[in-house]
Each structure stands twice: as C-alpha cells, then as structure tokens.
Design a protein around this ligand. Structure first.
Ligand code: PAF
Length: 283
C-alpha cells in the first residue's frame, strides 16, 4: 500500500501503475460500506486508488464540517487488511490537503443543473456543486478506468453519472448496493451520532421503505400511495422527524404519479439532531 498526499507524488505513483485502475472516492472514517466498494474495485481492477478527503465545499453553513469524524490511522489499517503484502494488486491511498484541492484564489466549479435542484439538493443548497467539483478533480488527478460509489447516496450517484457523461470522462461509474446492519439500518458515518434510543428508532427508514416496496410488489403503481405508505410508517415512530419522502424516476429524479420503469423510493429523516437518508430501487 502506498500512501501519498502531494499531487506530484500521486502523479509519479499513477504513472507507475500497470493495468486498470479503480477509484474509490471517500471522506474517510471508513465503514463496511466503503470497504465493500474497495473490495469490488479490487475484484474488477489490477490497481485500486482510494482517496480520503473531507471535502469542505459540500458542507452547508449549518453542517458542522469540523465535527466530521476523522481517523486516518484506523482507515489505513482497515485498507491494508484488504491488501496484504502478498497481494499482487496495488493499493494507493491519496490523502490530499485542502490547499491542494482548493488552492488560494480558487474559483472553478462543476455544476449539474436540474438533477441537483430536487430532493437532497433542495434541502442542502450548494452540496452537489461541492460534490461534482471534487469528484471531477479526483477523476482528473487519478485517471481511473472505473469509479465506485454506493447506492446509499442515490442522488449523488445520479448526479455523478450525469456529470461523467456530460463531461465525457472516459470511465465507468459503478454503483454498488447499500450495506446494512442486521436490522436494516443503512451503514453511514453519521450513525455514530445516534444515542441508544435513536439507534433503535433509526430502523424506521428501512421499515418504511420495505412497507412501500411490499405494496409495490403487490401491484401498487400509484406514486402518491407509495409516498403515503412511507409517511405512515415514519409517523408511527415518535423519535423520527420526516424531512421528505419521495417516489421518483430513477434517472431523472422527477416525482412520479405512476411508477412505470425503474423508480427510486427515497427519504431523509431526523433522529434527534442526526439526519439520515436511505432509498430502495423499484423495478
Ligand atoms: O460520498 C462521499 O463520501 C463524498 O460525497 C465523495 C463522493 C467522496 C465526494 O467528497
């Protein structure tokens, strides 16, 4: 495993890599969800690059960047366990600084339009501009053949897929299934903020999505009825405060009256001060 920080070190090591490269962009504080992306990248590529960078521009003014969990040593230990010294494959971990990614006088942004105005984008103005800008920069610097993202952040995936097509990035965006705890809670670095009661209540996202999916599987295709079912389950959990539920087209993220092709059920819910998101794909 090579750990590099500067752009010139990254460039040197990137030039030395022989064969395909899979990129896993992360903000660190890795959990099983990230590790499943790394394992998939390892299975599909000769080399894997994992970037660890807590991207300040995707945090809103009311979202506490300084409190975002960080533990590089723990992250490196987890990653090295997937690439033992005997491994023929190479892992490069890139840990750039804020100054490298946003040099003094920074003023260049990548923005996907309509897709970022709804759902998470409407609640977190500027968030996706920060995500697409940093991901474009990571793509440029690492030149991957494939880049791996989790379905847990469904809108992020839709936005990055759009950006990759629109900007002709010569790579494949691979979307990997959401990893869950045994009781259904989707893995997220934010779960660590939940107290015991909130942690128990947090299964309500999975229960609510499952109830709507069950309706869909019984033949329900009315978008409003599916949204109503999700709300009903969320309202049954006193510790949960719903921010939105939605039933949209999978690609365009437009709210659906009738579900025809591939659709996305998604939601954002507060448990105390912690905001959790989750989603299921239909069809
Ligand atoms: O999903 C994340 O962790 C981040 O949004 C990403 C893709 C690493 C960009 O900072």
């Amino acid at each position: 495993m090579d750990v590099v920080s500067s752009l010139s070190d990254l460039k040197t090591v990137r030039l030395s890599l022989d064969g395909t490269v899979g990129l896993v962009p992360t903000m660190g504080y890795l959990h099983e969800g990230h590790l499943s992306l790394v394992s998939r990248a390892k299975a599909e590529n000769k080399n894997v690059i994992v970037s660890i960078f807590v991207n300040p521009t995707q945090f809103g003014a009311n979202e506490d960047l300084s409190k975002y969990p960080r533990d590089l040593e723990r992250d490196l230990n987890l990653l090295s366990s997937l690439f033992p010294p005997s491994s023929e494959q190479k892992l490069v971990v890139w840990t750039p600084s804020d100054e490298i990614m946003y040099p003094h006088g920074y003023q260049t942004w990548v923005e996907v339009e309509a897709l970022t105005k709804v759902l998470e984008g409407s609640m977190r103005p500027g968030h996706f501009r920060g995500v697409t800008t940093i991901v474009a920069k990571l793509f440029n610097a690492t030149q991957p053949d494939k880049a791996y993202f989790g379905q847990k952040d469904a809108q992020q995936v839709a936005v990055i897929r759009r950006m990759a097509v629109d900007l002709n990035f010569p790579l494949e965006v691979i979307v990997c299934p959401t990893q869950r705890e045994a009781d259904g809670l989707a893995l997220s670095s934010r779960n660590k903020y939940l107290n015991e009661a909130e942690r128990k209540a947090a299964t309500v996202l999975f229960r609510s999505l499952s109830a709507a999916k069950e309706l869909y599987e019984k033949g329900e295709r009315d978008g409003e009825n599916l949204r109503r079912k999700m709300k009903e389950v969320l309202e049954g959990e006193p510790l949960a405060q719903m921010q939105y539920v939605s039933c949209t087209d999978y690609d365009t993220l437009e709210e659906l009256d009738v579900v025809k092709g591939k659709a996305l059920l998604s939601m954002a819910v507060f448990l105390g001060k912690t905001r959790l998101i989750d989603n299921f794909i239909l069809g």
